[in-house]
Design a binder for this molecule. Structure first.
Ligand SMILES: Cc1cc2nc3c(=O)[nH]c(=O)nc-3n(C[C@H](O)[C@H](O)[C@H](O)COP(=O)(O)OP(=O)(O)OC[C@H]3O[C@@H](n4cnc5c(N)ncnc54)[C@H](O)[C@@H]3O)c2cc1C
Length: 416
């Protein structure tokens, strides 16, 4: 069934009895050409691009929980391509271009909304660094504009400008950035991949990676063994645990990141705003809730929940940037498990075990990367060579002295 305005009208006039399930719930088959471990955004996007770009449809996506139970359904929905470093910027700009056509591509309303992102600057040095980043963005075709204080005031008059401990000196504005409905992204990719014949298998946990003669031949799962000459790991916060099944250690630590939603308010925030004197970012959902977050909890964990000190720290930063937020009631909070790499950048690479591929290390910025990650991972799996925008995301880059340290924080995962 194709979704369209006509279909909505037809179903509305016939009592909504004709809608079909968005995707099948098949049992696993004994073998596939490709098995993808992890039915998050990246795994599902990989399946879609394998099917749609490379014609590889004998694919299974194995998900231990339900679709959307991981970070794809837990993030603060921000999409942007305002990066600095050459290893990153072209990749994230590819992602932004894919976001721009995504809903037509997969025929699903993922509520992609290019409402813009504003990074606030509070010092002259920060303005200089934003000018540099803006130039890198323009070189990659990502656009962007450096605003002075008046420019920021025009866009967001409700911010704390005059009596602030952190005066606002300007900001970097990327109008093409914005938000997307996170779980609808998973459902859209899942539905589109399913329609091309991909099996999406929920409640199927991978418990072992099977190797024979030094190469991968399949996986053991909670629903039996599945053979495949190509196994693609794509499990975000569980990367270290799954790769340990193949006796491999990763330059990745798992950390908790929390997100928060306020009660519904009238429209106030025009796009996404990030505080430059602390770690705080906020947008407003279409239902009116302020959606916001900040730093990691800062300790290693596989728990999908966080602690109160970070709640305090994040709300404090929010109050400093936008004191009116203090009158809003907070409704919900939750946590997700972040795969924090040593330099803050991801990996999309083959491993040293033939047939085993790895995608991870997305830290807390992997939602915006979802389409490009799937696109480039599918390219790697299908052709055994990296996509041109993802050549820097090698697993051996730290050993060979080629980190991509966007934040300049050094080899400490919880600082990226
Ligand atoms: C609170 C929070 C806020 C964030 N905000 C943003 C943001 O605003 N912008 C942004 O760009 N990024 C953001 N992120 C990061 C982003 O959500 C992640 O980087 C990205 O979603 C990770 O990729 P994924 O969607 O594939 O992960 P996931 O959805 O976590 O998918 C991995 C899947 O693998 C499954 N799995 C694990 N082990 C196994 C196994 N053994 N067998 C089978 N399946 C397994 C898991 O159940 C999970 O569903 C945020 C994350 C969090 C938690």
């Amino acid at each position: 069934m194709r979704y369209s305005a006509w279909q909505v009208l037809k179903q509305g006039l016939t009592g909504h009895t004709g809608w079909k399930p968005a995707f099948r719930t098949p049992d696993p088959r004994p073998s596939y050409d490709v098995v993808i471990i992890g039915g998050g955004g990246h795994g599902l996007a990989t399946a879609w691009y394998l099917a749609s770009v490379h014609g590889i449809t004998n694919v299974a996506v194995l998900e231990k929980g339900w679709l959307g139970s991981g970070n794809i359904g837990r993030n603060t929905t921000i999409i942007r391509s305002n990066y600095l470093l050459p290893g990153n910027e072209p990749f994230y700009e590819l992602s932004m271009k894919l976001w721009e056509g995504l809903e037509q591509d997969v025929n699903y309303n993922s509520m992609v909304s290019q409402r813009g992102i504003l990074n606030l600057a509070h010092t002259d040095a920060q303005i200089d660094s934003y000018a540099r980043r803006g130039n890198a963005m323009h070189m990659a075709g990502a656009g962007g504009k450096l605003l002075d204080t008046d420019g920021v005031r025009k866009l967001c008059p409700f911010l704390e400008f005059d009596t602030a401990r952190f005066p606002i000196k300007g900001g970097l504005w990327q109008p093409r950035a914005g938000t997307a409905r996170h779980d609808a992204v998973a459902w859209g990719f899942a539905r589109a991949a399913d329609q091309r014949g991909v099996d999406i298998i929920q409640n199927c946990e991978v418990t072992g990676i099977v190797r024979e003669g030094g190469r991968v031949t399949g996986v053991d799962t909670s629903r039996g063994r599945i053979s495949a000459p190509k196994v693609a790991v794509c499990v975000a916060g569980n990367s270290s645990r799954v790769m340990a099944m193949a006796d491999r250690r990763l330059p990745i630590e798992s950390h908790v990141l929390q997100a928060f939603v306020s009660e519904g308010l009238k429209p106030v925030i025009p796009g996404v705003i990030t505080f430059g004197a602390g770690h705080f970012y906020v947008s407003q959902s279409d239902k009116g809730g302020l959606v916001f977050g900040g730093d990691l909890d800062g300790y290693n964990s596989y728990a999908q929940r966080g602690n109160l000190p970070v709640v305090h720290e994040i709300l404090e930063a929010g109050m400093a940037m936008m004191p009116s937020i203090g009158r809003a009631k907070m409704l919900r909070s939750w946590g997700g498990i972040m795969d924090m790499s040593m330099d803050g950048s991801p990996f999309i690479d083959r491993t040293d075990i033939p047939g085993l591929y790895f995608n991870g290390g997305w830290c807390y910025g992997g939602f915006k990367a979802t389409p490009a990650s799937g696109y480039c991972y599918a390219h790697l799996i299908a052709t055994d060579s990296p996509h041109e925008t993802a050549t820097a995301y090698r697993l051996d880059r730290l050993r060979s002295g080629h980190p991509i340290d966007e934040r300049g924080a050094g080899a400490q995962p919880n600082l990226h």
